[in-house]
Design a protein around this ligand. Structure first.
Ligand code: UDP
Length: 312
């Protein structure tokens, strides 16, 4: 197959790129490296089946590209640590960038479009776990609004293209994901805790750590995204992808300390406004439509991720 992956040098994108190259497909990656990292593609950079285009989706003209079997759109900064700093980049790539890409998709008669949306569309949810039918509780002007509303707008754009151009587009609502090749500086809780623990620095918990997250290991995420791109009869489907093993942030901090054998203290810092108090995917739909469920337990995935960061 001929695959296009925007954001293909990011954490999830680089794993997806390697997955398709390993399975003998041709992959075109478009990335401007705003939060992605060329180093993530180091081991495949000379692969003849990889084409890397360094450009911003917002002003790319797609002139030298033809039809793709699957287009995965993963291009967007995604860490809460940059939601304010990169707010306009987030708005633009999820609006202008997405519309440019969809226009190319229609014109080139490409087959399947998979959009990386997010659990952030549920905001600070009043329903737990969150099914796809939940409309969310988002603060439209809060500190997370660039990403939350950017992705909600993007979902609306995709719905309009499906209705107007009859394209086969599918939406993945991606929940917290972790594993090797996470950006060390990204500010995510799992990467922060591991790096703080192995460097004997205090583990920073925002708030009292009673907020929950449900973390999916990267290999499970890649499997689900590939299934979403490849299965038949999923046009217009919106599917949560994540691991429903819900844990308190403080428990993940203590588990990381224990697994790294670290003597680090825990330091409680102020929590940012609108930080979701609970987050857990209802994956009934993913199980049914993708025949998928996560296999890697948190303890197992943390072990691999800790080793990765230790060897950096
Ligand atoms: N968090 C934390 N310490 C950190 C980084 C994050 O306590 O060093 C908390 C954060 O406030 C949130 C949760 O961990 O409640 C997950 O944060 P992350 O940035 O990984 O992603 P989010 O799920 O908020 O998008």
């Amino acid at each position: 197959m001929n695959i296009l992956i925007t954001g293909g040098s990011g954490f999830i994108g680089s794993h997806l790129t390697k997955h398709y190259l390993k399975n003998g497909h041709s992959v075109t990656v478009i990335d401007n490296f705003i939060t992605g990292n060329k180093n993530n593609l180091k081991e495949i950079i000379n692969n003849k089946s990889l084409r890397l285009i360094e450009v911003d989706l917002v002003d790319y003209n797609y002139k030298d590209l033809s039809s793709f079997d699957i287009v995965f759109d993963l291009a967007s900064p995604a860490s809460p640590a940059v939601f304010k700093k990169l707010s306009f980049e987030i708005f633009k790539v999820n609006s202008i960038g997405l519309i440019n890409l969809l226009d190319f998709f229609v014109k080139s008669k490409s087959k399947t479009f998979v959009f990386a949306s997010t659990s952030e569309v549920y905001g600070d949810p009043k329903v737990n776990p969150q099914p796809e039918t939940y409309y969310g509780n988002v603060h439209t002007t809060g500190p997370r609004s660039s990403y939350d509303e950017g992705k909600r707008f993007a979902e609306a754009v995709i719905a309009a293209y499906i209705s107007k151009h009859n394209i086969d587009a599918r939406i993945a609502r991606i929940f917290n994901t972790y594993g090797p090749y996470m950006n060390k500086e990204d500010g995510r809780f799992i990467s922060n805790f591991i790096n703080q623990a192995i460097n004997n620095q205090p583990l920073t918990i925002y708030g009292d750590g009673s907020q929950t997250r449900s973390s999916c290991y990267i290999s499970d995420m890649v499997e689900a995204l590939a299934a979403l791109g490849e299965k038949n009869n999923l046009k217009g489907e919106i599917i949560n992808i994540g691991n429903p093993d819900e844990r308190k942030v403080v428990d993940v901090a203590n588990l990381t300390k224990q697994m790294t054998g670290s003597n680090s203290q825990i330091s409680f810092l102020p929590i940012e406004e609108d930080d979701p108090k609970k987050r857990c995917p209802d994956i009934t739909k993913a199980k049914k439509l993708l025949g998928w469920e996560p296999k890697i337990k948190l303890e197992e995935g943390l072990k691999t991720t800790i080793n990765y960061f230790k060897n950096l």
